[in-house]
Ligand binder design. Structure first.
Ligand SMILES: [Zn+2]
Length: 87
């Protein structure tokens, strides 16, 4: 059981979407990491939140729905639980 939740944000200029790892703090709140999972996007860049504070299962479903606009590196993390990611 992990406390990790996910936030999906779309970059305003490119429309590219990246996932951010976040730590659940309260029922409907979470604290995001500064950088996206792939490291390409910063939380402070102009972006639109697609969803926030979703657990892994729900994040997978919603990313599948959104499709290929979601960064593949970020998505693969969802399916690998971070294994071998630090490269
Ligand atoms: Zn990414």
């Amino acid at each position: 059981m992990s406390q990790n939740v996910y936030i999906l944000r779309a970059h305003e200029d490119s429309g590219e979407m990246h996932l951010f790892l976040a730590l659940k703090t309260q029922e409907d709140e979470c604290r995001s990491q500064q950088k996206s999972i792939c490291g390409k996007m910063d939380i402070e860049e102009d972006s639109i939140t697609i969803f926030s504070c979703q657990p892994e299962n729900s994040a997978r479903k919603q990313c599948a729905k959104v499709g290929k606009q979601v960064c593949s590196k970020c998505v693969s993390y969802l399916y690998n639980n971070g294994i071998d990611f630090e490269k």
